[in-house]
Every structure is written in structure tokens, then in C-alpha cells.
Write a protein of this length. Structure first.
Length: 207
């Protein structure tokens, strides 16, 4: 982790050196804005700011708040970042530094549908289930995708990137209803709603 931070510190032609000294590392990380830490994105930065966390030192000093607000794997990741620790054992990269889930989806196969209100009802049901899972996993995403499997067994999909992160039922449903218009009229037997590019949210919001 420290090597990655140093490689980005003085781009494109500069260099940065961190001596192997505990006090120096803690002081360096303590002053570092959290956005400079690998695997902490914009959404996570915003969520942490609501806890009053803006630097590496804040990550250490607000360890209890992090434990209350986040799942164990995310909490452990943040504390390690505050201490300047990256992967310390083989096999940790996937579990610690890349803790954020990359996508989540909900699918259902049913008898062939042809009426628009039937599609709208199914989309509403799936959007509600997806929103529940998003809230449970503390995730949000900008890309919403609607995929249809036709009665001919061919698939059609359309996605839309939102200007901000979404996770609530009404938002997901309205986006998918809009995407449905791109296919209509259509006859299909399966629906899938998915979201990509997820980041950890601060709290479980109501669906």
C-alpha cells in the first residue's frame, strides 16, 4: 500500500521515499487525505467525511465509529489503512484491499409476458428486492442495467449511468421503467436488474 502511495505521490517524474520507521510511517499516513489511500473511492470518501474522517489519523482515532458503521471486513481495511498496513500475508489482497463488491443483480424467470403493466409490476418487484440487498450490503452504484430474455431465448440489455450513486427502490425502479421503453413492445420470459461499480455506504438507508 505504501509503495502504491509513493508511486502516485510525485507523478509524473518525481520520487517519494518513506523510511522503514514506525513513527515516520504513522505520521505520514496520519497527515494523508484518505482519498490518497488506494481502494478508497469518492463515495467512500464522502461517507467517511460524515463521520468526521478526512485523514489517516482520523481512521485510527475513530476506530469505534468505524466498527459501528461498517462490516468487519471494511472496518479492518480502514484500520489497516490508518496504520499504513497493506497486504501482510499471502492471500489477503482479495479479502482486505479489494473488499468492495463489484456488482449485484436480481433475476426471475416466469411465463411469457406481453402486457406492459405486467412488465412494470415485475420490474417493481425486482427493484424492491435489489434495493433491500443494496441496503443490507451497504452498497450503491451509478450504473443500472436491465436485461430481458425473450421468448426466442435471445437476450437484450440496456444500461444507464447515473450522475450520482443510487440504491433506493424508487430510483432503481424508475430507471428500469425508463430502460423498458427502449425495448417496447417486447415479449419475454426473464428479467434481470443489476448494478455495477458499487462502493460502501455509510448506513443502511430505508428502501
Amino acid at each position: 500500500m505504501l509503495a502504491k502511495i509513493c508511486s502516485d505521490w510525485n507523478k509524473p517524474n518525481g520520487q517519494a521515499y518513506i523510511p522503514p520507521n514506525r513513527d515516520f510511517i504513522l505520521d505520514f499516513i496520519g497527515k494523508l487525505p484518505i482519498r490518497k489511500i488506494p481502494n478508497i473511492g469518492g463515495m467512500t470518501e464522502t461517507a467517511l467525511a460524515e463521520l468526521g474522517i478526512k485523514t489517516g489519523l482520523d481512521l485510527r482515532e475513530k476506530a469505534v465509529d468505524l466498527m459501528i458503521s461498517y462490516r468487519e471486513i471494511a472496518h479492518t481495511f480502514f484500520i489497516r489503512c490508518g496504520l499504513g498496513l497493506g497486504q501482510t500475508r499471502h492471500g489477503e489482497a482479495d479479502s482486505d484491499e479489494n473488499y468492495e463488491q463489484k456488482g449485484i443483480s436480481i433475476s426471475e424467470t416466469f411465463r411469457p409476458l406481453t402486457l406492459k403493466h405486467e412488465f412494470q409490476r415485475k420490474i417493481s418487484e425486482l427493484a424492491k428486492e435489489l434495493a433491500k440487498r443494496m441496503a443490507k450490503e451497504q452498497l450503491a452504484g451509478q450504473i443500472v442495467c436491465l436485461t430481458l430474455k425473450l421468448t426466442t431465448f435471445h437476450s437484450k440489455g440496456r444500461q444507464e449511468r447515473q450522475p450520482r450513486y443510487v440504491w433506493k427502490y424508487e430510483e432503481i425502479r424508475n430507471i428500469c421503467l425508463k430502460l423498458l421503453e427502449c425495448f417496447w413492445p417486447v415479449s419475454n420470459r426473464s428479467l434481470t436488474i443489476s448494478q455495477e461499480a458499487h462502493e460502501v455506504l455509510l448506513c443502511n438507508d430505508s428502501v
